[in-house]
Design a protein around this ligand. Structure first.
Ligand SMILES: O=P(O)(O)OC[C@H]1O[C@H](OP(=O)(O)OP(=O)(O)O)[C@H](O)[C@@H]1O
Ligand SMILES: O=c1cc[nH]c(=O)[nH]1
Ligand SMILES: [Mg+2]
Length: 211
């Protein structure tokens, strides 16, 4: 597993505003989109392209286009949905699938409550979007789900990670290829398995309090 911290002053600045408890949902959503665009730039660096013949007003030339089959972008609902717009702005020809997963806040068990993905992911490079990598339970399940459908490769784009969750992914996904791109790795998890200092509950901050 490769863990890539995207270190850039704009990323740190935007992330700091995102973390602040007084940042309202509207700004939180906008910053999330902007951060994803910056992370996506790094995370897609070796995405496959193919040559295409085009004509400029001056001459013919060979350019590049994203290779077929195009990447599959999968936001993990709810909070990952806040990252979708930024990602598809960077890769407009990508296909989008959906995976709904929620962590039971008492038991920390992961429930998959929605799935809308191609049945066969052979040859597909999948980009999983989820802002928070806390215990790692959600991402372990989501990555396994993609490989069970024969994905060729899985890249995760997250905003914050906890060392405990990253270690768990390294342990439990040692047999598959996974790249993780993060804007920051925080100190630790608290007793409720929230990331410290973190930013709170990303789904609630994006979309309001869940019941
Ligand atoms: O690494 P883990 O310990 O599994 O925790 C991370 C998960 O928790 C949050 O989702 P949550 O379950 O709160 O669902 P939500 O996005 O609907 O709020 C977050 O968006 C991740 O999916
Ligand atoms: O800190 C955390 C941990 C899990 N999920 C969140 O939204 N925030
Ligand atoms: Mg939540």
């Amino acid at each position: 597993m490769r863990v890539q911290l995207v270190e850039h002053p704009l990323v740190s600045h935007k992330l700091t505003v995102l973390r602040k408890k007084e940042t309202p949902s509207m700004i939180f959503r906008q910053l999330t989109e902007e951060l994803v665009m910056l992370l996506a730039y790094e995370a897609t660096r070796d995405v496959k392209v193919q040559p295409v013949e085009i004509e400029t007003p001056v001459a013919r030339m060979t350019g590049v286009a994203l290779a077929k089959p195009t990447p599959l972008v999968v936001p993990i609902l709810r909070a990952g949905l806040g990252m979708l717009e930024g990602m598809v702005r960077m890769a407009p020809s990508a296909e989008v699938g959906f995976l709904g997963m929620a962590r039971n806040e008492e038991t920390l068990d992961i429930v998959t409550y929605a799935e809308r993905l191609p049945a066969d992911l052979t040859d597909r490079h999948v980009f999983l979007l989820d802002p928070m990598l806390a215990t790692g339970g959600t991402l372990v399940e989501a990555v396994r789900f993609m490989y069970a459908r024969n994905a060729q490769r899985v890249t995760c784009i997250c905003l914050l990670g906890a060392p405990e969750g990253i270690s768990r992914l390294e342990r439990e996904l040692a047999d598959v290829e996974v790249d993780i791109y993060l804007a920051a790795i925080d100190e630790r998890l608290d007793e409720q398995s929230y990331i410290v200092p973190g930013l709170g509950d990303a789904g609630d901050r994006l979309y309001g309090l869940a019941e």
